[in-house]
Design a protein around this ligand. Sequence first.
Ligand code: TGC
Length: 408
Amino acid sequence: MTDPAVTEIDAPAPPAPQEAALSGRAGDYLDLDSLFSAEELALRADVRSFVDDRIRPHIARWYEDAHFPVDIVKEMGSRGLLGMHLKGYGCAGRSAVEYGLAALELEAGDSGLRTFVSVQGSLAMSAIHKFGTEEQKQRWLPGMAAGELVGCFGLTEPGAGSDPASMATRAVRSGDGWVLNGSKRWIGLASIADVAVVWAGTDEGIRGFLVPTSSRGFTATPITGKLSMRASIQCDITFEDVRLGEDALLPGASGLRGPFSCLNEARYGILWGAMGAARDSYEVALRYSLERRQFDTPIASFQLTQAKLVEMVLEIQKGVLVAERTGRLKDAGRLRPEQISFGKLNNVRSAIAVCRSARTVLGGNGVTLDHSPMRHAENLESVRTYEGTDEVHTLVMGRAITGIPAFS
Ligand code: TGC
């Protein structure tokens, strides 16, 4: 029998087109907000207003000038956004879902700004929090949580991207310490970092080291000419006979399991963040299509435009559902790496499609920095590549399904 409380008669009349666009109803088609608690929604609203006030007004210029706004780092710290999922040491101790919602809102501003939060919190701070001594945690984490210190995470090398097991960077025991030689590439924040978490081969296998960037022999050089992530810093790093004390070693990590477990954290943030870039692009396209007139009518009245908008809504709603499900599993302590691969592969891939389609709704105007979709799409080329390419995540899922690794 039909529940009288949910008859069609009780359903509110559909809003007029402009009203629907501006109220955001079309953006939350399946009423997904009801999946989140009041506390989660409050955190989301706080990050959204930070993005509206501090990122949106400036992001086009930062992107064009290839500028990372270092002055925003402390502000992110004071808002509890750095290492926000970690407990103690000045960190906010937020849930995985809250961290995900924050990543989504930040990436609605720009992937480069979300990447900063990921590298600092999910990679560098997570590595110290998971594997460091109490002394190492006390030395670095409170300052990093406050945004007074910046960290970076050195795994990828010029010759070792998808296959970090082939890394050439080596740390050799010398006296009561270590000597580090080698190079890393695509390392976010390295030129402004105070400490680098560096993964290196040793006689005992791959180990992690905390390398103060002021160490003699440490050089970080920003990579120029990027067509993506322009409001963000990625560097080449070299280590030439960098001398480290025994206290630089992260004692809790041995083998690739160490860096991979940090990558899990960052990949998790990405699967939420990508939906922010997609949502922002969709909202821009929807608004534009209702305002832009061609052939004497808003282009939103064309069937082909409506089909594009509908595809965007389908992909965004599905992606947020994947993110929410993944987040609940993570908060329950039941999230497996191959499930993170599902989310990263699916959500980044569909976010790129949404952003590119949104750009086509904007026509020629869409290729300038006056509108966000093409900037988001270009950023997502990096996002789909770092922290495991589409191909790597496809094969992680393939191994999970078949039991057969097909990496080489
Ligand atoms: P394999 O070499 O056999 O395994 C090594 C050990 O790691 C364990 N493991 C994991 N542990 C936790 N979480 C995961 N996701 C894990 N994946 C693997 C594995 O169980 C094994 O443990 P143990 O104890 O038996 O030794 O590696 P595999 O065959 O499992 O994995 C192969 C493959 C291709 C999936 C893996 O190599 C991979 O994920 N490659 C992609 C690497 C990647 O994402 N690189 C991007 C790094 S980003 C970066 O460096 C820049 S930081 C970002 C920035 O600064 O902006």
